[in-house]
Write a new protein. Structure first.
Length: 426
């Protein structure tokens, strides 16, 4: 017992030392709000489908969340750079809590009211995200940013695993009203934690609409001038375009339709991937730290090899029964999740280091806008292509494309991207 306490105390002192109080307060607040939102994110689709039996109406609610983010992201980025970021986070969380409490108090649970609430929540969430993406990297030292990102991502993975389970149970017992109430409480809890963060930022309030445009042009000029960040951003967007539809469209089709996996098997494959992501983040936290940024291409090649193995398993060349295929895919999903974290966290960390704090809000809003724009295009193209090609053929095309672009970048730009890009002049 003495040894356990000694190890625990040592670990606690180590974590507090490398990742300060501000970071842990921020992490706790973020985790609370993510749990609440994950619960509502499961309960709301169930409620809409129970009320309408319509997939079309469900799509309307999805678009109500997506469209405001697409339209407002650039403006939100400017606001995140101009105004007090901590104040934006705190008051937007409290405002979202008040909004959700109000619809419960007034019993505004009809679909029209909930659709309006979805739009308002998306608008506030867009400005919240701009502030949080700009502020968060300032809370830790640059050399500890990779570990901090891994901890944040691990907490997010935990909510993605626990949230759907909790959301389904809460909706079954208390309906949409209880789910919204819990989410409202979580926003208040998150806001209270954020109040405890010590963060100084000089406000430069927007005087007229022309200043918004000038700030956006400044952000675009920065991207154009910084070759390292432009190359890394283009590379990440191409990979996202090629590989994201495989995970969101092709693999679910493969699991459920082609292989005939049960719903339990289907869910456990997603869980295996999440477990792998946790392991990858733990590796960054405990051992690799900033060194993970120098290994991103190696881990990406490993990820592509693993997806290549899945492609072979899905092809007519392999003949296995359902259970054999399931066990192979579970075994592959865990290391796939780990390499996914070992690629995504270093890329995000590198981008955070490259962008100065005073430009971070608008730059990351542009990145989010580009990611949101390229992903639906890739998903739509794959949806059409699945009428013409087999699932394994689409996977092979995407993986070959990812392999070729990675080889091209390694041969031509590896030193620029992996090098100390944040020192590049602007």
């Amino acid at each position: 017992m003495i040894i356990k306490l000694h190890v625990s105390d040592h670990l606690s002192r180590y974590l507090v030392k490398i990742l300060n109080r501000n970071f842990w307060v921020y992490t706790a607040g973020r985790f609370i709000s993510q749990i609440g939102w994950a619960i509502q994110d499961i309960a709301l689709p169930l409620y809409v489908l129970d009320q309408t039996k319509s997939g079309t109406m469900m799509s309307v609610f999805v678009m109500a969340e997506l469209v405001p983010r697409l339209i407002l992201s650039p403006i939100a980025g400017v606001v995140g750079d101009r105004y007090n970021r901590k104040a934006l986070m705190v008051w937007l969380d409290i405002a979202r809590g008040i909004l959700l409490f109000s619809i419960i108090w007034l019993n505004l649970l009809d679909l029209k009211s909930l659709l309006i609430v979805q739009i308002l929540m998306s608008i506030m969430g867009t400005f919240f995200s701009a502030g949080i993406s700009a502020m968060y990297p300032d809370l830790v030292e640059k050399e500890e940013l990779a570990k901090a990102n891994s901890i944040i991502q691990s907490a997010g993975i935990a909510t993605r695993i626990a949230g759907p389970i909790m959301g389904g149970v809460i909706y079954a017992f208390g309906g949409i009203k209880l789910a919204i109430l819990i989410n409202a409480i979580s926003f208040f809890g998150s806001g209270l934690f954020e109040m405890l963060i010590h963060y100084e930022w000089k406000s430069r309030k927007i005087g007229n609409i022309g200043e918004v445009w000038e700030d956006l042009k400044e952000g675009l000029s920065f991207l154009k001038a910084r070759k390292s960040i432009s190359l890394l951003l283009i590379y990440a967007l191409i990979l996202n375009f090629l590989l994201n539809p495989i995970g969101t469209v092709v693999l679910p089709y493969l699991y459920r339709v082609q292989f005939g996996f049960s719903s339990t098997q289907f869910g456990s494959l997603e869980t295996a991937f999440m477990v792998g992501m946790l392991l990858g983040n733990m590796l960054i936290m405990g051992k690799l730290g900033p060194r993970a940024e120098n290994l991103v291409f190696k881990f990406l090649f490993v990820e592509l090899i693993l997806e290549g193995i899945m492609t072979v398993l899905a092809s007519p060349c392999v003949s296995m029964n359902t259970w054999q295929l399931y066990l192979f895919f579970v075994a592959i999903q865990i290391p796939s999740g780990a390499t996914n974290a070992l690629v995504n966290v270093p890329i995000m960390t590198k981008l955070q280091k490259m962008v100065p704090s005073e430009l971070r809000g608008r730059i990351f809003s542009v990145i989010e806008l580009l990611a949101m724009g390229t992903t639906p295009i890739g998903v739509a193209l794959v949806g059409v292509a699945m009428r013409l090609l087999e699932a394994y053929q689409l996977m092979a095309i995407a993986i070959l494309g990812g392999f070729l672009i990675t080889v091209y970048y390694v041969l031509n730009y590896a030193s620029i991207i992996i090098g100390d890009g944040e020192k590049e002049s602007y």
